[in-house]
Design a protein around this ligand. Sequence first.
Ligand SMILES: NC(=O)CC[C@H](N)C(=O)O
Length: 202
Amino acid sequence: MPTTSGTRAPVIGVLALQGDVREHLAALAATGAEARTVRRPEELGSVAGLVIPGGESTTMSKLAALFGLLEPLRARVRDGLPVYGTCAGMIMLADKILDPRSGQETIGGIDMIVRRNAFGRQNESFEAAVAVAGVDGGPVEGVFIRAPWVESVGAEVEVLAEHGGHVVAVRQGNALATSFHPELTGDHRLHRLFGEMVRDSG
Ligand SMILES: NC(=O)CC[C@H](N)C(=O)O
């Protein structure tokens, strides 16, 4: 789809190993981005940005290893590929998990320690208004489903939002992560912000 500058919209991938892939594809499409799934290392080469969906980080980690994607993902993130992780995706972008399952690995890229299931179990899922730095027009509706929070961050990490005294949105360079799921709300401001990060890096 052409953008106002006449150039093509960047292609943004959604890591499609497990999780709410379709919702992210729809949210990205609604912002005018060209969105496609990424399952194989070769497909990683053709995207200008990558969303890592919510789901179950332990399963995602296992499948990424099985599909030979962990190292290619780490390499591209290190090289500055813009990435956006929601919930389980946030866990995948953490350099460290406080309470990993045995053998659980992450892609890393954000100098932070996350705590899995920090806000409680599935039946303690909730919604809350969350003001996010860099997102104009009022707070977003944060949908928290067995969500992690960020326990601590390194000096290079920008804290974008907190809820209940806990960090729930961060950015480090080209990597963005939220504990909550904007792809489930119909509010595309975070996907639009990510689209800008992708365009700015191109
Ligand atoms: N909604 C989610 O993505 C839940 C994340 C899940 N608790 C995990 O550890 O991966």
